[in-house]
Each structure stands twice: as structure tokens, then as C-alpha cells.
Design a protein around this ligand. Structure first.
Ligand SMILES: NC(=O)c1ccc[n+]([C@@H]2O[C@H](COP(=O)([O-])OP(=O)(O)OC[C@H]3O[C@@H](n4cnc5c(N)ncnc54)[C@H](O)[C@@H]3O)[C@@H](O)[C@H]2O)c1
Length: 430
């Protein structure tokens, strides 16, 4: 038995979606006008398929109830789908969620374990820092009386039904406590990959998705402004031609390699071309704020990488740099982030730096003549260094990761397996 609190776009779709999968659902909304409509088989907003699905399941698998207490008492798993609107200071207003969880906890009697599932979108850290403490404040024990999961929803309005019943992925954020097997079982029939991650990761994934979409839209709008300022550009056609790039298609699309963190873009094209378009737009009277920020962010990430190395390695330790080319499978070192990072370390007083790259060592030495050592192999580099820093995503570094087992490793290309914990920064390699 499942309870769903909040019957808006997400909640009503969730309730009906679970009914469709054969589960019995107790649905509750604080807004009596909304529940009255739903009881009369009317969907309070426009969303394809929901009217037919409501007519099909109401009185069968779907019961609309008048109190959350009733829904919680009858259920093992409680999904919270209430709104988390923008507060006056820009923070998410969590009051509806806090009220709903608080109300639900009053109905938990410590008999069987209840699984509370936050489906509302909440910023990273909220499940741990705001919701979990409500459980303790209610005199209940996390993992004993109540299990807590974060399960972000990725549906799109207008396609809510299709997206919910045929999701691309199910993300379950957990603190590792018991109870998640039941949640996974509920999702089993959705035939989608289920990813079990930490609470913070689950919350973060939702924001990764939404901020990327927001950034892409603003990027496109800014590029249209640049095009208008320059003139003579068929803007719609230019974008449609952009979409023919092979990197958009396939699964996973090659474009995904550009949506992955690292230590900055480099090479011959991206830095100079981005800069040149900014200069051209400015000459034509348009100030491209977002694209300028892209260039600034590319400088900031190299500074951040350098700072993190400085925080990890003492000045007298040998720092081993794995990767000098601006990207793997290339010996091009033009504008390589490794140059900026190594220069930053030298400037900060790190005299002992050894570097290894499968292809780019000669080019790097000739281009920059920095006072560092070069190791003949990854093995030799690891021998020499106590802190190893990955700056280029070469396969060799992943294949030979066992070599790094007893070294402190900073993996700024995120290519090594990550520790399954809150520890961020130093990566385990064994
Ligand atoms: N709309 C989307 O496309 C979408 C997609 C993914 C995630 N989300 C997220 O899901 C959450 C819900 O979004 P939505 O679009 O369904 O919002 P919505 O405003 O349509 O619905 C929220 C419902 O929660 C009800 N509610 C408020 N407090 C309550 C309480 N204490 N108990 C029971 N019900 C209560 C409201 O009356 C309302 O009906 C938000 O966090 C949103 O960011 C939305």
C-alpha cells in the first residue's frame, strides 16, 4: 500500500501511475477543492491521459482520503509530492514539505517500518539537514521506525504520464539504512535502471538536470542575440544545422562527454573561438554576459584545482601530474589546463613536480619549458610521488589504477571509481 501526499502534476501522476502498476494508493491533498474535483473524476489541470486514468482507477486502486494520518496508517511507503516553490530570498520554500512530513510522522506508531519518500524537488542537503532531523524531533528513530529516501521526479509537464510510467531512470537517494528493498520492488515493474545513491547525490542529480536545461536555453537565447547584433545570420536555420551534429545522437550521445566535469577546456579551438566571438559581439554593440562567464568559469576551475592540490600536498612533497595533453588521445598541449595548474603550483612554492603523459611530454616540455621532472611511465611517476593528480582522462590511468592504491589521489577528471560516502576529493583506488 502506498500513500501520496500532494496531488498536483507530480502527485496525481505518481498516484495514478502506481495504480496502473497494480498497487493500491491512498491519495491526499491539503486542498479540499482539489480533492473534491478529483473525487468527481476531474483533473484540476491540463495533462494528457490523466482524465482517463483517473476514471479507470478511482474507486479501484485509487482511494482519495481526507487526512494524511489515514493515508499513512494504511501504507508502508509514503511519497511526498507537495510543492517547493521559490521563497522571497530565492531559497526553496520547504514549509509545505516540512508540514506534510511533520503531519505524517504523527501517524507513525513505531509498529512496522514506514518508508518516507521525498519526491518533491529539494536542494542538495535538505533531506539530510532538514527532513531527517524532523524524524528525531518526532521521537522516532531513523532506520528503525522510519526509513527516508529521496526519489527525484524527472517528468515533463505535457508528457507527465509517459515520463512517469516509462522513466529513463529511477534515482533512490538513501542513507544506507534498511527499507530501500521495498522501494526498489515497487519500481521494479517500471523496467528502468534503478540507481541507489546518497541523499545528497539524488537531490543534486535533479538540479544537474534542471540547471543544464536552463543553461542550454539561455545559451541559445544569448547566441541569438549575438547573431542579431552581427546581422545577416539565418538564426533558426543555424540552430537546426547545429542539431545535425552526430554528437547529439546515439545512446549515450557523444555530446555527453562535454557534459562532464574536468579541469577546464583547452586545445586550439574552444578557448580562442569563444574569446573571438565575444570580442566580435562586443564590437557590434552586444555584451555576451553568459559566454564571457563561460570563459571566466574556465579560468576559475583551473584556480580551484590548483587550490585543492595545495590543500592536499605539503610544499616539500612530490606532486605527480598524470596528463599534460588538453584531452586524451591527443598530444596537443595548447591551452592545456595542466599548464595553468602546474604554473600555479610552481608559483605557490611547489618545487617537486613530476609529470607523465602517454603522448604529450615532449610537446609540453618544448612549449612551456617549466622546471619540472618527467617520468618515463605511470609506474615511475607513482614511485616518485606521494600525491598523484589526474588532469587528463587517459584510459591508461584507469587501466592501471591499482598502482595508485597507497597514494593520495586527486582525480579531477572523475575517471576512477568514487568512494560510496560523503568523502569528496581524495579518491580510493583499491
Ligand atoms: N511540475 C513539474 O513538471 C515537476 C517535475 C518534476 C518535479 N517537480 C517537483 O515536484 C513537486 C510538486 O510539483 P507539482 O508541479 O506537482 O506542484 P503542484 O503545485 O502542482 O502540486 C503541489 C500540491 O501539493 C499540495 N500540498 C501542499 N501542502 C500539502 C500538504 N501539507 N499535504 C498535502 N498536500 C499538500 C498542494 O495543494 C498542491 O496540490 C515540486 O517540488 C516540484 O518542483 C515538478
Amino acid at each position: 500500500m502506498i500513500a501520496v501526499a500532494g496531488l498536483g502534476f507530480v502527485g496525481l501522476t505518481t498516484a495514478l501511475g502506481f495504480c496502473e502498476k497494480g498497487l493500491r494508493v491512498f491519495a491526499y491533498d491539503i486542498d479540499a477543492k482539489k480533492t473534491d474535483l478529483i473525487r468527481r473524476k476531474k483533473v484540476p489541470f491540463h495533462e494528457p491521459h490523466l482524465r482517463e486514468k483517473l476514471a479507470e482507477h478511482l474507486g479501484g486502486n485509487l482511494a482519495v482520503v481526507d487526512s494524511l494520518t489515514e493515508a499513512v496508517k494504511a501504507s508502508r511507503v509514503i511519497f511526498f509530492c507537495v510543492g517547493t516553490p521559490c521563497g522571497p530570498d530565492g531559497n526553496a520554500d520547504l514549509s509545505a514539505l516540512q508540514n506534510a512530513v511533520g503531519e505524517a510522522l504523527k501517524a507513525v506508531d513505531g509498529g512496522e517500518l514506514k518508508i518516507l519518500v521525498i519526491k518533491s524537488t529539494v536542494p542538495p542537503g535538505v533531506t539530510k539537514e532538514v527532513i531527517a532531523p524532523l524524524i528525531a524531533a518526532g521521537g522516532l528513530v531513523l532506520g528503525h521506525d522510519v526509513a527516508l529516501a529521496n526519489n527525484p521526479e524527472f517528468l515533463r509537464e505535457g508528457y507527465a504520464w509517459e515520463d512517469f510510467v516509462s522513466p529513463d531512470r529511477i534515482v533512490i537517494g538513501t542513507d544506507g539504512a534498511a527499507g530501500m528493498e521495498l522501494l526498489e520492488e515497487i519500481y521494479h515493474s517500471f523496467n528502468a535502471p534503478i540507481f541507489r545513491v546518497s541523499w545528497n547525490t539524488a537531490e543534486f542529480i535533479k538540479y544537474l538536470s534542471n540547471t543544464l536545461l536552463a543553461t542550454l536555453i539561455s545559451y541559445s537565447n544569448e547566441m541569438s542575440c549575438i547573431a542579431r547584433a552581427i546581422g545577416g545570420i539565418e538564426i533558426g536555420q543555424a540552430f537546426r544545422i547545429l542539431h545535425t551534429d552526430k554528437r547529439w545522437s546515439g545512446s549515450p550521445a557523444k555530446m555527453t562527454s562535454y557534459v562532464y566535469p574536468g579541469c577546464g577546456f583547452g586545445g586550439y579551438c574552444l578557448p580562442k573561438d569563444t574569446l573571438a566571438l565575444c570580442a566580435r559581439a562586443e564590437a557590434k554593440g552586444y555584451s555576451p554576459g553568459l559566454i564571457r562567464q563561460v570563459l571566466q568559469a574556465n579560468e576559475r576551475i583551473k584556480d580551484r584545482v590548483t587550490e585543492q592540490i595545495l590543500q592536499t600536498a605539503a610544499r616539500d612533497e612530490t606532486v605527480g601530474i598524470l596528463g599534460l595533453a588538453f584531452k586524451p588521445n591527443s598530444d596537443d598541449v595548447r591551452d592545456s589546463p595542466s599548464r595553468a595548474v602546474i604554473a600555479g603550483l610552481l608559483e605557490a612554492g611547489h618545487a617537486n613536480i613530476t609529470a607523465y603523459d602517454p603522448l604529450a611530454m615532449n610537446n609540453f616540455h618544448q612549449a612551456y619549458a617549466l622546471p619540472i621532472e618527467y617520468a618515463g611511465s605511470m609506474e615511475a611517476l607513482v614511485q616518485a610521488a606521494s600525491v598523484v593528480v589526474i588532469l587528463t582522462a587517459w584510459d591508461e590511468f584507469v587501466v592501471k589504477r591499482k598502482l595508485l592504491a597507497d597514494r593520495r589521489v586527486l582525480d579531477f577528471r572523475y575517471i576512477l571509481p568514487e568512494p560510496a560516502s560523503d568523502k569528496v576529493g581524495l579518491t580510493q583506488c583499491n
